[in-house]
Design a protein around this ligand. Sequence first.
Ligand SMILES: Cc1cc2nc3c(=O)[nH]c(=O)nc-3n(C[C@H](O)[C@H](O)[C@H](O)COP(=O)(O)OP(=O)(O)OC[C@H]3O[C@@H](n4cnc5c(N)ncnc54)[C@H](O)[C@@H]3O)c2cc1C
Length: 483
Amino acid sequence: MKTNQTFDVVIVGNGVLGLSLALTLVRRKLRVALVGESNRPWAASTAAGAMLGCFGEVTSTLLKSKYGRLKHEFAVRAVGLWDDWLNELGDGLSIDDIRVADGTVVIHNTVGYSKIDDVNFEAIRKSLIEYNEQFEDINPADVKWLDPDSGSRPAKAIYIPNENAINSIKLLQDLEKSFITYGGTLITDSGIRIESNAGVVDALVLDSGERLISNKIVLAAGVKSQDLLDNIPDVAERIPRLVSGYGVSALVSTKDGTTPNSVIRTPNRAFACGLHLLPRSKGEVYIGATNVISPKVVDAPLIEDVIFLLECAHRQVRKDLSKGNINCIQVGNRPVSLDGFPLLGETDLNGLWIMTGTYRDGLTLSPYLSREMAKLICGEVADSDLEMFKPVRSPIQPLTRDEVIQETVEHMLATGYESDWRIPAGWHNLIEYNLHTEYEKFVKNFDSVYTPPAELLEASTKDRNILKMLYKYYNAVRQSELV
Ligand SMILES: Cc1cc2nc3c(=O)[nH]c(=O)nc-3n(C[C@H](O)[C@H](O)[C@H](O)COP(=O)(O)OP(=O)(O)OC[C@H]3O[C@@H](n4cnc5c(N)ncnc54)[C@H](O)[C@@H]3O)c2cc1C
């Protein structure tokens, strides 16, 4: 590569968001460099199923606040763009290879926790009706591929025909091909430092020592965007830090070579995106996914997470999955901000943009976010709703403190139920009461105003690093409010 090349825009990170934005910008005839290692270390995109989950992702908590409703709205808008987005990828690229599932079946079984599963299943139905989205109440016994353990069989199910899934690996390959065809510059390296001059960004320094010159740099390196931000602490301190929503998924060849036609999933539960299984390729299914908040990226799966995932799939979806072959166990790091919402827009350093923090549905959102971010970067009017998720901000607090505590307790209990625990008589209320009291005491001692989202609250009770991050960020926000 030539040294000190100049670009209109440099994008750091070659996951689905970086690639989608790079393609959108290069189609606008800008000179665009996209930086990332070809094996995509720590990426979320490669471990995703990936469901284009919109209504299936709805939870009662999501719809409680304007922020959550707006995120849902983003997903509705994004799903509406996917057909054109895939069609326009380019000649010779096969859309049929990318789209792998025909609709989604949401099952409601008794494995989960009533206060989460019952409520979220109804929230999904209600949202489908509200948006006038096509769906059908079906008898789970009619879903031929389903064959769960009898003790875990679903009592209800709905079929959402327009909620599909894609092969994320194929998508990344095709986005990359298309980017190159349009004249984009792919740089196989890592960005290690951002340089600025007189308050304006002017170069990205690569691991190789090369510098990419541009006054527009976009951080789209998923959870690792934080490493680059940490080199510019004044800019970083009022941006909610990124932590990893570490997740495990598996690719399994089925014993009889069959796969379902659609996604089969539960509602979101136990701090995760619900159990889901979908066809990946001939005779192969994708099983996802766990979600554990971690202060650092994780690159090897924990045995307990693999056991949990496979046990759930075999028990809740199809018994003979246990006779299949594991082709691959995948690990991904979802980019999760400290308030749980995306980071979208320009920072306090002129020309430094961020596009990450998409947590569980960055893949679904990618055509919409890349279109709108491209407009912002080009100085055009974009969807004003993105403003709500501008990166430099006070923590978004969609729920009251009591609601967060209640949600944390319920998801902890749901984790127990999904792990098939047996609670001795008389202990149900005691466990709930003690969890509630512990979390209440914890948040009260921690901060008088701000409360992190449920999964971060739970993680911060166990990991002092997360606690310190929250503390530092809340203090920085307070200091800036005093100025
Ligand atoms: C198990 C799992 C299942 C999921 N399922 C779904 C789903 O069904 N539907 C859905 O919509 N979403 C799903 N998600 C979430 C979704 O994958 C993410 O929201 C999305 O992929 C984030 O994309 P990204 O491009 O921002 O980040 P990433 O995919 O993490 O990509 C970041 C890229 O930046 C690169 N990078 C890191 N540091 C540097 C550096 N210094 N310089 C250059 N490059 C760098 C990384 O190697 C990586 O390739 C899932 C996530 C996981 C983990």
